[in-house]
Design a protein around this ligand. Structure first.
Ligand code: 13P
Length: 245
């Protein structure tokens, strides 16, 4: 199981201390085989890595530039720079970034550049509310996955995070039947690409200690990508505890 904390645009150096209780938890035998990954803002990657490097916790970035080479891209961070901080993962295709101009082609280039640097990719896909209402979810997921993974053959370092956009930060989660249907759609799309074998699929969107267990009972997924609740160490721990019996 994966438990990934996406801190988005939150956190300063002091907030890294929030991982103390998670560090303790990660050492317990019961949790040893599970993956806990913190994705703080770029500014905290190195400090966070230094804090957890002797533990089983890993660090990831929240985005990267599509260009692997260094160059005149003011304000941007590429996968080489991310790798140099000690981070092992990167979130790509998050709806926050799709909303700010990321498209399938650009996302595909970002994924390729991250894989070239041996980073593991947390590839986010999901439909918007109006797309769901128009019954377009399957075709949106298919477009995002097929185009996002175009000309990528090695899926070993890719994790898919299904994040319905309407569920992010709203307190709403899909109904059981809906979640099952959409996760099965993702599996079907991956099998059409004949690359389904090793891909882990996570769910993200308003995951909380109150719904984590129910979500896991609804459908066979490999963990959660957690936004808001991951900023609170107790809530993040509770999500982990409720998910693992
Ligand atoms: P929330 O958990 O705050 O809904 O955010 C989900 C998310 O976007 C994680 O990437």
């Amino acid at each position: 199981m994966y438990f990934i904390a996406n801190w988005k645009m939150h956190g300063n150096t002091k907030d890294i201390e929030r991982s103390n209780s998670i560090l303790k938890l990660s050492k317990l035998k019961k949790y040893k085989n599970h993956k806990i990954i913190y994705c703080p803002p770029y500014t905290l990657l190195k400090d966070f890595y230094n804090k957890v490097k002797k533990s089983r916790i890993s660090i990831g970035a929240q985005n990267c530039h599509a260009n692997s080479d260094f160059g005149p891209f003011t304000g941007s961070i590429n996968s080489k720079l991310i790798k140099s901080t000690g981070a092992k993962y990167v979130i790509i295709g998050h709806s926050d970034n799709r909303n700010q101009g990321d498209n399938d082609k650009n996302i595909n280039n970002k994924i390729k550049s991250a894989l070239n640097e041996n980073l593991k990719v947390i590839f986010c896909v999901g439909e918007k509310l109006n797309e769901k209402k128009k019954n377009l979810t399957y075709s949106i997921l298919k477009k995002q996955i097929v185009k996002g993974l175009d000309k990528i053959n090695n899926f070993e370092n890719i994790i898919i995070a299904y994040e319905p956009v309407w569920s992010i930060g709203t307190g709403l989660v899909p109904k059981s039947s809906e979640l099952k249907k959409n996760i099965n759609s993702i599996k079907k799309i991956l099998s059409l690409l004949r690359k389904s074998k090793k891909i882990n699929i996570l769910y993200g969107g308003s995951v909380s200690p109150d719904n984590a267990k129910d979500l896991l009972e609804m459908v066979n997924i490999n963990g959660f990508l957690v936004g808001g609740a991951s900023l609170n160490a107790k809530k993040f721990i509770d999500i982990i505890k409720k998910s693992i019996n």
